[in-house]
Design a protein. Structure first.
Length: 415
């Protein structure tokens, strides 16, 4: 981007939208931020300033940016112009258009937009789709759109368009082609953490030796859950999503496994299951990763110390610091706001156990009876190590929003 054009557009002012404003106010890469709220909020712009200034998870904006002695950093609130200044950065708020195509990004000089609404996730939908589409931002004047969630293609079997891509910083960020890609998914907080847990192991042991993998994310509450029990909407089949997150541990689903294959192609050859459990905390989440890894008799056995060494070395070689290796006893609150940490490996809780896997070749399709008859024993035994690894991530600011900010800036640098 050229000087004078360094503006970022943000569609949506929920959790990710708000914290994205915080991130870029502190980062100071863009010289103006344009936020589309899409509706009137409160009584006037000062109520939006009030919302932006304080946060129940991260405290006050000025404290977050400058420490406990800092003074408030939001000023010059102009209701008529729809503007305010946040720590010296002009921020303009648009409060009319609900669908991307109706937001006049061109009039405000915005070429790069991040959509944080979580609504416009299908890159195959046309710009004029009646329910709105991420492509609408392109029609409205943007040149690039970053979506702060995984793509969700509604029509089964339709491939991701050639001009769209999913990336995770530090994993496949360089797959983004500025000449071709116009819609970029930054995946999810869980996929981001999981990718940085899996990639070092694949690099160390090879995908073929990882026989299976499963994960469960113990995930903080999100805005899609209910504070109190309520009646489900018509047609909804998952009744648990309407139960109070303040009072319950809630089983739900995650698309992390599907998205992971988009950023780490080797995952196509690894059997993988991903589950999610929502717990009543505001932010800070945990992945419990379980893998079965084939041992090699000529090599040293895979023990917890070996796996921890893989992560420790990967963290030391990570130029961005996305992977953190910890030897401390952490709880979820300890990783809130951790700068650009995709995952924090809780190394003291890494566990392994090795046992023989017995497989009867008679039960394996493809072996002829003559081959089986020629064998003294049709049962094959192979040593397999099961490993359990814990990775913390701040599903809001510390992990996801900070890495989303990195993705946005790297795209801007090539525009």
């Amino acid at each position: 981007m050229n000087e004078g054009q360094l503006k970022i557009g943000i569609n949506g002012l929920g959790r990710i939208g708000k914290l994205t404003v915080w991130h870029h106010a502190g980062r100071r890469y863009f010289n103006e931020i344009v936020v589309n709220v899409g509706r009137q909020a409160g009584t006037d712009l000062s109520d939006i300033a009030h919302y932006l200034e304080r946060d129940s998870t991260y405290g006050a904006l000025h404290t977050f940016l400058h420490g406990y002695q800092a003074e408030p950093v939001i000023g010059d609130v102009d209701e008529h112009a729809g503007t305010m200044v946040v720590d010296g950065i002009p921020v303009r708020f648009l409060r009319a258009a609900r669908t991307p195509r109706a937001i006049d990004w061109k009039a405000h000089g915005v070429r790069l937009v991040v959509d944080t609404t979580g609504r416009f996730l299908d890159p195959t939908l046309p710009a004029d789709h009646p329910d709105g589409s991420a492509r609408g931002h392109l029609d409205a004047g943007a040149e690039k759109v970053v979506v702060s969630a995984p793509f969700k293609i509604t029509e089964e079997g339709v491939p991701i368009p050639d001009d769209a891509i999913t990336t995770v910083m530090g994993i496949n960020a360089n797959d983004y082609d500025p000449r071709r890609h116009r819609i970029i998914s930054n995946a999810s907080c869980t996929t981001t953490c999981l990718a940085h847990m899996m990639k070092p192991l694949i690099n160390a042991f090879g995908a073929k030796r990882i026989l299976s993998a499963s994960m469960a994310t113990v995930h903080a509450a999100t805005g899609s859950q209910q504070v109190l029990d309520r009646l489900p909407k018509a047609g909804k089949t998952d009744l648990r999503k309407n139960r109070s997150i303040l009072n319950n541990i809630i089983l739900t689903s995650t698309g992390a496994a599907k998205a992971l294959r988009l950023v780490i192609p080797e995952m196509e050859h690894i059997g993988f299951i991903a589950e999610s459990v929502r717990v009543p905390t505001g932010s800070g989440s945990l992945i419990i990763l379980v893998l079965s890894i084939q041992e090699r008799p000529a090599e040293a056995p895979i023990r917890a110390v070996v796996i921890n060494k893989v992560y420790e070395q990967a963290a030391q070689l990570d130029p961005n610091g996305y992977l953190k290796y910890s030897q401390k006893q952490n709880v979820s609150g300890d990783i809130l706001g951790a700068p650009r940490a995709a995952t924090v490996i809780e190394s003291i809780e890494t566990h392994t156990r090795t046992a023989d896997l017995s497989l009867d070749l008679a039960d394996v399709p493809g072996f002829s009876q003559s081959v089986l008859d020629s064998l003294k024993d049709t049962v094959v035994r192979a040593p397999v190590t099961q490993a359990v690894i814990y990775g913390w991530y701040d599903n809001e600011m510390g992990s996801y929003v900070n890495m989303l900010g990195d993705r946005i800036v790297t795209i801007a640098e090539n525009m």
